[in-house]
Design a protein around this ligand. Structure first.
Ligand code: MSP
Length: 496
C-alpha cells in the first residue's frame, strides 16, 4: 500500500538552525501526526544538505575537519528536532553512502540516455545560494546575487557536465496544467509557469574546483553540483533504485514542503530530473512564506536569527509549534516577535483553551465528584459543530492549510466557552435541573475532542490534557465522551 510521503528541505549544515528552518519541520511534523491520527500510513523525511563550497568554507572558518563539522551539525539538528517534538521517520544526510550511490547512479543513467552531456561552464555563481545565474540576471541585480543580494563569484571556464533541462519545458508546462495542485499555494504558480514559458537553459551539474562533494563516476576530478546532489535525496530515502518494494510504497512524494526561495528548484529542476529518469512526479510542492524581523527575512547572513531555544526560554516548545501555524497563513510572510508569541499564548491558549479546561474540570469536580455525568444526552448544536470541525479541518489539512484548520478549531473552543455562559451550569446545579447532565456531558465531550484534534499541533500539551481527562479516546470523534468517567483534572494548562 502506498504511504503518504512528506518531506522537508534538507537544511545546509553550515550554520545554526533557526526558527525559519524549524517552521518547515514543524509543519511537516504536524501533517504527519494529523494523518497518523486518522490511522493513515505516513512517512516523514527530513535531513541535512552537507556538500558544497559553502559548507566546506564554514568548516574551514571554524578550523574543523569538514566531516567532523557536518557530523556535529547533524547531531545538533537532531537534538533540535527532539526538543521540538519532531517525529521524523528518516533523517537523511547527503554524505551517507546510500545517497552517494543513488546520485552516481542517476548521473550515469542520464549520461547514458543523453540527458547529461559534456560542456564548458563560465559565468556567475552565488556560493550562499549555491546557484548559477546568467550575466543578465546579475546585471539587473546591480552586480550582485539576484536572490540574496550578496556578492557574486565568477566561475572561469570549467570543463563541466550539463543536464538537458531545456528539453523538459513543454512537459513541465503540461504537468502544471494537468495537476494544478502541484504548484501550491496557487498564487506562487504564475511565476514558475512564466519562467518555464520564457524557456529554460540547460543546467551545469558538476563543479571542477569544489572538492567537497560526490565525485563523478565518469571523472573523479569533478564533483556533482550540490543542488543536483541534494534534490535526489527524496528518492534515495525512498530506496531508489534498488529497493523496489520500499520505493513503490513511498514514491511519488505527496508533499514537498519548502520555503518560497527554493520553490524553483523543486518545481522546475527536480521534476525535470524525475522526467528524465522516467519516474512519476511529486503530487505537490508547497512553497511557504518567510518569518521576518523588521521586514527582513530571518537568516544567518542577515545576522538577525532567532533560535527556537531562545523562544522556548519563556514557553514550552509546543507553544512555538502552535504559534507558527496559528499566526499566519502558511503561504504568507509574517513578522516574528516575542510580543506576538506572548499575545497568542495569552489569548488563544491561556484564555480560550486553558480557561475552558479549567472551568469544565472545576464544575465536573463540584457537581459530579470529578466524573463525567452518569446520564444525559449530548447537546446536538455543539456536537454538530464538532462534526463540522472534523470534516472541514481534514479538508484544510489536505490542502496544507494549517491556518484555516486552527481557526476552525478555535471557533469551537470559543463556542464552548459561550455555551458555558449561556447555559449557566451553576444555576442548573442550584436548581437541580436535569439539563445539567446534558450540558456537562457535552462540555466534557468538547474537552476530549479538542485534546485529540490538537494533538498533532501540540503533542506535549495534548498529553497533559489526556492526563487531566484520565486517558485518551484515540482519535477526535464527536459525541464520544463516556459517562460516569473519572476526570482527575490537574494543574493549570497554560499558567500566565
Ligand atoms: N539545502 C537547501 C535545500 C535543499 S532541499 C533538497 C537549503 N537549505 S537551507 O538551510 O537554506 O534551508 C532553507 C529552508 O529553511 C527554506 O526552504 C525554508 O524551509 C527554511 N527557512 C529558512 N529561513 C526561513 C525564514 N526566515 N522563514 C521561513 N522559512 C525559512 O535551502
Amino acid at each position: 500500500m502506498k504511504k503518504i510521503y512528506i518531506t522537508t528541505p534538507l537544511y545546509y549544515a553550515n550554520a545554526e538552525l533557526h526558527i525559519g528552518h524549524a517552521y518547515s519541520t514543524v509543519a511537516a511534523d504536524v501533517l504527519k501526526r494529523w494523518h497518523k491520527m486518522f490511522g493513515r500510513e505516513v512517512f516523514f523525511l527530513t535531513g541535512m544538505d552537507e556538500h558544497g563550497e559553502k559548507i566546506y568554507g564554514s568548516a574551514r572558518a571554524a578550523g574543523m575537519d569538514v566531516q567532523n563539522w557536518v557530523d556535529t551539525m547533524a547531531e545538533k539538528a537532531k537534538k533540535l528536532w527532539k526538543f521540538l517534538n519532531i517525529s521524523y521517520d528518516d533523517f537523511i544526510r547527503t554524505t551517507e553512502a546510500r545517497h552517494t550511490k543513488t546520485v552516481q547512479f542517476v548521473f550515469s543513467r542520464l549520461l547514458e540516455k543523453g540527458d547529461v552531456y559534456r560542456g564548458v561552464y563560465e559565468g556567475p555563481y552565488c556560493v550562499s545560494c549555491e546557484s548559477f545565474y546568467t550575466e543578465n540576471q546579475v546585471r539587473s541585480a546591480g552586480g550582485n546575487c539576484p536572490d540574496c543580494g550578496r556578492p557574486i563569484t565568477e566561475i572561469k571556464r570549467e570543463d563541466s557536465f550539463f543536464f538537458r533541462l531545456s528539453k523538459y519545458g513543454r512537459d513541465l508546462l503540461e504537468y502544471y496544467e494537468k495537476n494544478p495542485e502541484f504548484l501550491s499555494p496557487g498564487d506562487k504558480a504564475n511565476k514558475t509557469i512564466d519562467t518555464v514559458r520564457r524557456g529554460l537553459n540547460d543546467l551545469c551539474i558538476t563543479r571542477q574546483t569544489v572538492k567537497w562533494g560526490i565525485p563523478l563516476p565518469a571523472d573523479p576530478s569533478k564533483t556533482i553540483y550540490v543542488w543536483f546532489d541534494a534534490l535526489i535525496n527524496y528518492i534515495t530515502a525512498a530506496g531508489y533504485p534498488s529497493d523496489r518494494e520500499n520505493f513503490s510504497s513511498l514514491w511519488p512524494a505527496d508533499c514537498h514542503i519548502v520555503g518560497k526561495e527554493i520553490f524553483h528548484f523543486h518545481t522546475v529542476i527536480w521534476p525535470a530530473i524525475l522526467m528524465a529518469l522516467g519516474l512519476p512526479l511529486p503530487k505537490k510542492v508547497f512553497g511557504h512564506g518567510w518569518w521576518t524581523l523588521k521586514s527582513d527575512k530571518i537568516s544567518k547572513s542577515r545576522g538577525n536569527i532567532v533560535t527556537p531555544y531562545e523562544v522556548c526560554e519563556e514557553f514550552p516548545a509546543d507553544v512555538l509549534r502552535f504559534f507558527f501555524l496559528r499566526e499566519m497563513p502558511f503561504g504568507s510572510d509574517g513578522a516574528f516577535s516575542m510580543d506576538r508569541v506572548r499575545e497568542r499564548y495569552n489569548s488563544d491558549l491561556a484564555n480560550s483553551l486553558g480557561n475552558l479546561f479549567q472551568r469544565v474540570e472545576k464544575m465536573l469536580k463540584k457537581y459530579f465528584g470529578s466524573k463525567t455525568p452518569p446520564a444525559g444526552e449530548f447537546v446536538s448544536a455543539i456536537i454538530e459543530k464538532e462534526r463540522e470541525v472534523l470534516n472541514q479541518t481534514d479538508k484544510f489539512m489536505s490542502e496544507i492549510n494549517f491556518y484555516s484548520a486552527l481557526t476552525k478549531i478555535w471557533k469551537l473552543i470559543d463556542e464552548a466557552n459561550r455555551f458555558v455562559e449561556e447555559t449557566k451550569p451553576w444555576v442548573l446545579f442550584r436548581e437541580k435541573n436535569e439539563k445539567l447532565n446534558n450540558v456537562m456531558l457535552t462540555l466534557a465531550d468538547v474537552l476530549f475532542f479538542t485534546a485529540e484534534i490538537l494533538s498533532p499541533f501540540m503533542p506535549g500539551v495534548s498529553e497533559k490534557m489526556f492526563g487531566h481527562l484520565g486517558g485518551r479516546l484515540g482519535k477526535p470523534s464527536p459525541a464520544a465522551a463516556p459517562k460516569n468517567r473519572e476526570i482527575p483534572g490537574g494543574k493549570v494548562l497554560f499558567p500566565k
